[in-house]
Design a protein around this ligand. Structure first.
Ligand code: ME8
Length: 539
């Protein structure tokens, strides 16, 4: 398998100082939809998510709760894992930074950087944002009245003995990477507007401390300096490499080809600097170390915006206005998991603007796209096949005026694929619904229910309905990454359950082949079943 047929996608690893919320579910769901698309089209795919444990806010919250940091982290890590499982995320592994395999790798990476001189010992004094666990540059701190940009709390003046990373040495190399990637047509950071922000900051970057003292041992020790722990951000960023840096003889098998294929990192704008500057600089430094020459840079950092509440405030744990797992469950039990997935992926803040999470918009999108469009069209076609052809797919006649859909089908795939490649899931969802909209328009135009009144027209009606069913089959393939449960149910009803079996057993599909015209067999029993998406009426 060539690297271009491999795909590696990650989400941030989330802090376990509290329970998961909609923001975490969102990024993981977006990555899940994208991972499913790649599997569907036959790419060997690796999808990583997980939790970030060694933050001071985790040990502080644990102390508040009267628990050890590890016990508190265990409890919340389990909550994240459980929510992701319940939401049928298809992540291939789940990171915990307190796991021995993670600690071992991070220690090795930092040791290599100490050996090469890119990590060195020194003193650091600066303005510290305790909530964000980061030092804020002097000018930025002053601009903001020495308060946190994120939670408004006062910054603290802090001095410490530290190990530093020679970030300043990577200004030019990083700017070169950015320029090269722009030229190649796949910019390192997307969307474009976010990239420009970062490029300006890279030009001024200084060395950064990468260790902390006084963490009470909660963290990974700096090799050879037991009183210092590796700064939680360095520890966390390395997860992306550590979990696929496994050899053929390990318990996880050879995952390195996934790294070499080029990671796609989904994150939100709060953590762009770490991913767009520090992370690639660390990798450039590591790549110079013996044994790590194979470590290339990620393919892309995709930076989305925020879900905000109806009032426009960011949804966050500290603001207490997030949708928690119980609220998320409520949406799932009312509308179904597919609906949540579809709404989040297609109406979410993937671009540079925030999205307001509004219950009204949710039900509106559910009714318009899922109940009235995909669900209704499937029912309509199955009903007519039931009524006029005894529930068996009719034979199409080659040259009747009923076969117009066949010609439209040839161009569904390219647009859809392009939107997935550029991570524009709103447009990808729209492209997946296009065949459904075309079927609705085709039925309106040809009026098979009227034609069927005269038995002489049955061959034409049969062709029309065959073409409708065939176009819906193609739509269901394109919709599968968004609506896996409904599409698999639909496949069962139209005699195509082998798609789900292949995806499950082989881990990959064959979208190019499957989406070719002519996948359905005449005479196949077509099951009507219950509506895939019953219309939602507010009580
Ligand atoms: O930053 N809208 O963890 P974290 C959209 N551990 N996405 C949101 C969101 C919102 N309102 N709120 C949170 C950390 N997110 C570090 C990451 S990675 C090496 C270490 C999502 O628990 C979004 O993906 O604060 C954001 O980047 C992430 O949660 C922050 O999660």
């Amino acid at each position: 398998m060539t690297d271009s047929r491999r795909f590696y996608v990650t989400t941030p690893i989330y802090y376990v100082n509290d329970r998961p919320h909609l923001g975490h579910v969102y990024t993981t769901m977006v990555a899940d939809v994208v991972a499913r698309f790649h599997r569907l089209r036959g790419d060997e795919t690796f999808f990583l998510t997980g939790v970030d444990e060694h933050a001071a806010k985790v040990s502080e919250k644990a102390a508040e709760m009267g628990m050890t940091p590890q016990a508190w982290a265990d409890q919340n890590a389990a909550a994240f894992r459980e929510v992701f499982e319940r939401l049928e995320m298809t992540n291939d592994d789940f990171v915990r930074t307190s796991a021995p395999r993670h600690k071992e790798r991070v220690t090795q990476y930092v040791q290599a950087l100490l050996d090469s001189g890119d990590v060195y010992e020194g003193d650091y004094e600066g303005w510290y944002d305790a909530g964000q666990e980061e030092y804020v540059p002097e000018n930025k701190a002053a601009q903001n009245d020495f308060k946190s940009e994120v939670n408004g709390k006062l910054l603290v003046r802090k001095t410490e003995k530290n190990y530093f990373f020679k970030l300043s040495a990577y200004r030019d190399p990083l700017l070169c990477v950015y320029a090269e990637r722009d030229e190649s047509g796949v910019p390192f950071v997307q969307p474009e507007a976010r990239k420009n922000e970062i490029v300006n900051r890279i030009k001024e970057m200084e060395d950064v401390p990468i260790s902390r003292s006084g963490t009470g041992g909660w963290g990974i020790p700096v090799p050879g300096a037991a009183d210092q722990t590796i700064y939680v951000w360095i520890d966390a960023l390395f997860n992306y490499l550590a979990h696929v840096d496994t050899g053929a003889d390990s318990e996880w098998g050879d995952r390195r080809p996934f790294w070499r294929a080029g990671a796609v990192h989904f994150i939100a704008k709060d953590i762009l600097w770490f991913h767009a500057a520090i992370w690639p600089a660390l990798l450039l430094a590591l790549q110079k170390c013996k044994g790590y020459e194979w470590v290339n840079l990620p393919r892309q950092v995709y930076c989305h915006s925020y879900w905000v509440s109806d009032t426009g405030a960011k949804m966050s744990k500290s603001l207490g206005n997030f949708l928690d797992p119980a609220a998320i469950d409520n949406y799932v039990s009312t509308f179904g998991l597919d609906a949540l997935r579809y709404f989040l992926a297609t109406r979410g803040p993937l671009g540079v603007s925030d999205s307001a999470f509004s219950p009204d918009l949710f039900s509106e999108v559910y009714n318009s796209d899922l109940a009235n469009t995909f669900g209704n069209c499937c029912s309509r076609v199955a009903n007519m096949i039931g009524k006029y052809f005894d529930g068996h797919l009719p034979e199409p006649s080659p040259d009747s005026n009923g076969n117009a859909m066949r010609f439209a089908a040839a161009d569904y795939l390219p647009d859809y694929t392009t939107h997935f490649e550029t991570l524009d899931l709103g447009r990808a969802g729209e492209a997946a619904l296009r065949p459904v909209r075309d079927v609705d328009a085709f039925i309106e135009r040809t009026q098979p229910f009227r034609l069927a009144k005269d038995p002489e027209n049955l061959p034409t009606v049969g062709t029309i309905l065959f073409e409708c069913a065939e176009a819906l089959r193609i739509a269901s393939l394109l919709l599968w990454p968004f609506l896996p449960d409904a599409c698999e149910l639909f496949w069962n009803r139209i005699g195509c359950s082998s798609y789900a079996a292949d995806l499950r057993d082989q881990g990959v599909g064959n979208l190019a082949d499957w989406s070719k015209w002519g996948g359905l067999q005449a005479e196949t029993p077509i099951e009507k079943g219950n509506p895939l998406f019953p219309r939602y009426e507010e009580e």
